[in-house]
Design a protein around this ligand. Structure first.
Ligand code: DC
Length: 223
């Protein structure tokens, strides 16, 4: 096993953009585990699976193969061989991923895929339970967060730039709802690992966040 970096934190903290860039600068493989949960969620939505019905959920999971491929360093998600990378960023998929990821069977399904990737190469993996559950021995753990208002502002700006008209209040309450679900579920809730470094990015821009991650990683690797 190489040197692994675990980055956890709530929705909208800017984890994935910062993590992707930091991984690139460090020459690590970036693994976005949220995309894996989103891929399963897309299948569940397409097949109208009631996630509260454990038997139906398990049967659905048995029919799902989730795999990952890289094209020029960009992570692609494959659902039963189909590249669904462009289809998993909708609000509907976000909500379904948040709901379905609370089920142990869904988490179990992705555990081996995530650990397997970390076993074979140096990874920078981001998610909710990477430092606490998936890679408890990671060489560096970071809990990356930002205040709810700041996260809602960033999301609002992002959607505005895409030309989508949305209400700030609505975005804020969606973020709060997702935070609540992600931190209150019984299995692997979002929480800071005891040995994780807290990085509050409320007053940092992207470059500062990326540099902070890269510097911490270099320090640990040289220690
Ligand atoms: O990071 P994201 O927004 O793409 O994640 C989508 C959902 O997946 C999120 O609401 C919680 C879930 N998730 C999880 O439970 N564990 C992870 N390691 C990553 C994501």
């Amino acid at each position: 096993m190489g040197f692994n970096i675990a980055i956890d934190g709530p929705a909208g903290a800017g984890k994935s953009t910062a993590a992707r860039q930091a991984a690139q600068r460090l020459g690590f493989i970036y693994v976005d585990t949220g995309a894996m949960y989103r891929t399963i969620a897309l299948y569940l939505l397409r097949h109208h699976i009631d996630v509260e019905d454990e038997k139906t959920l398990q049967e659905a999971l048995d029919n799902i193969s989730v795999s990952i491929s890289y094209d020029n360093g960009v992570q692609h998600m494959l659902l039963n061989g189909e590249d669904v990378t462009g289809m998993i960023r909708t609000q509907e998929v976000s909500d379904e991923a948040s709901r379905s990821s609370a089920h142990p069977a869904v988490r179990q399904k992705l555990l081996q895929l995530q650990r397997g990737l970390a076993d074979t190469c140096d990874v920078l993996m981001d998610g909710r339970d990477i430092g606490t559950k998936i890679l408890p021995d990671a060489g560096l753990k970071i809990f990356l967060t930002a205040g709810v208002d700041e996260r809602a502002k960033r999301r609002y700006k992002e959607l505005e730039e895409k030309g989508e008209s949305v209400s700030f209040e609505e975005i804020r309450s969606q973020i709060e709802e997702r935070d609540y679900r992600d931190t209150h579920r019984e299995v692997s809730p979002l929480c800071q690992a005891a040995d994780a470094v807290l990085l509050d990015t409320s007053d940092m821009d992207l470059d500062m966040v990326v540099s902070a991650i890269v510097n911490m990683a270099k320090e640990r690797m040289n220690a």
